[in-house]
Design a protein around this ligand. Structure first.
Ligand SMILES: Nc1ncnc2c1ncn2[C@@H]1O[C@H](COP(=O)(O)OP(=O)(O)O)[C@@H](O)[C@H]1O
Ligand SMILES: [Mg+2]
Length: 395
């Protein structure tokens, strides 16, 4: 990213004209300059180097009066744009560096990796979380990132659509009797009757076990359920869907209908090949969602990068897909303990290593300037898309 990228990004996220964004960027650059002593340098990876230069006092002409004046010696900020981020290990935020890994080939810029295109309409951002195989940490990721986003002031809804082994409520110690199943069985039941509130005000739509796939329902039943989800468009800023694992119709339909998919991968070879399988299924669909990857259960960032690189490599080579790594979660006993106590990790131990990782990922998923996320028109109508998908599959 260089100065003009930063100006564009500032204009986009703040919704201001570029000329104003340029003034903001110039002000920021000169205040950075003021904090540097002459000769000191600050380099921002992929952006450039800030430095100050001593300028000796000199004579000049006042343009209005033509009078010769003396300009005093001063320090002036100097900015040298950097080249676009390359495949190097970052010194800065691993999550952003991670994101840069997959997007440099497309854009050569970090900015598009962490921000959606210019917003145009206010719709909840819908994120489906999935994995090739079970036990990769999806549900814990969903719950903890939901709480992390709620702590940033967003209205977060979690749909437990893992209809095989729905357990969002169980992990929160909620044990809900009314679930999506109840909605299917009891025609008098309304969505609002089954929503329960979790920690930090997150709202849970509990999944019922036993239903293998929403696509098994009749068109009429599906229509009814989907219409019931419609109020969420007004109520939510973010909808996180725990879709379960595998390439069942249910998982894939939710993933395709969402704005973005997060595939949770672990370094185990079987997890990587199963994740590849799900990316392959998504790549064959007419509507291709944005695919993000979270690498869970790693020893450290370096291990995560290796897994991410491998995944990107095969997805690009064989599927022409560009999965975007958005962060890693370290293997952390705190998480295991938090599960045993039915308390989400980010509340059980906010400073635990895995909590920090999850917070960094939440920040990448929805950056702070996007506090009220607005999605582009063409990918905003999640419920509409779901309806189309289901009517196609059930019809
Ligand atoms: N980062 C982690 N560190 C340690 N253990 C983890 C981590 N992520 C997941 N686990 C373990 O994996 C188990 C399954 O996690 P879960 O979120 O239920 O997976 P999924 O929903 O993909 O089946 C957790 O109960 C925990 O024991
Ligand atoms: Mg789960």
């Amino acid at each position: 990213m260089n100065k003009s990228d930063l100006i564009n990004r500032t204009a986009e996220t703040a919704g201001i004209p570029k000329t104003n964004a340029k003034q903001v960027v110039d002000a920021v650059l000169s205040s950075i300059g003021e904090t540097l002593a002459g000769g000191d340098k600050v380099s921002l990876k992929g952006f450039g180097t800030f430095q100050t230069r001593e300028r000796a006092s000199r004579k000049a002409r006042n343009l209005h009066t033509s009078e010769i004046i003396t300009l005093p010696a001063k320090r002036v900020p100097v900015f040298k744009p950097g080249s676009p981020v390359k495949n190097k290990v970052a010194a800065g935020n691993p999550a952003e560096d991670f994101a840069a890994l997959s997007t440099e080939q497309e854009t050569g810029s970090i900015s598009t990796a962490v921000n959606k295109p210019a917003p145009s309409s206010r719709q909840p951002k819908v994120i489906a979380v999935t994995s090739g195989k079970g036990g990769t940490g999806k549900t814990n990721f969903v719950i903890n990132s939901a709480i992390a986003l709620a702590q940033r002031g967003l209205r977060v809804y979690v749909i437990d659509a893992d209809l095989g082994t729905a357990n969002v409520d169980v992990l929160l110690g909620l044990h809900c009797k009314k679930t999506i199943n109840t909605l299917v069985e009891d025609r008098d039941m309304d969505l609002l009757d089954i929503i329960v509130e979790g920690p930090e005000g997150i709202k849970i739509i509990p999944g019922g076990s036993g239903l293998q796939s929403l696509a098994e329902l009749s068109t009429e039943e599906l229509g009814r359920i989907i219409n019931m989800l419609r109020p969420l468009e007004e109520l939510a800023d973010v909808i996180l869907i725990d879709t379960g694992s595998g390439i069942s119709r249910n998982v894939v339909d939710f993933a395709v209908a969402a704005d973005e998919v997060v595939v949770v991968i672990t370094p185990e070879p079987s997890s990587i090949s199963d994740a590849y399988a799900i990316i392959k299924v998504l790549s064959a669909r007419e509507i291709k969602p944005v695919i993000n990857m979270v690498i869970n259960l790693v020893e450290n960032y370096t291990e995560a990068r290796q897994v991410a690189s491998k995944m990107i490599d095969v997805a690009e080579r064989f599927l022409n897909m560009h999965p975007r790594p958005i962060g890693h979660i370290v293997k952390d006993d705190n998480l295991v303990r938090s599960v045993k106590q039915f308390k989400p990790l980010v509340l059980y131990n906010p400073l635990a290593p895995a909590s920090r990782c999850i917070n960094a990922i939440a920040e990448i998923l929805i950056p702070i300037p996007d506090k009220m996320p607005e999605t582009a028109e063409n990918d905003s109508d999640f419920l509409g898309k779901l309806k189309t998908l289901f009517s196609r599959s059930a019809g």
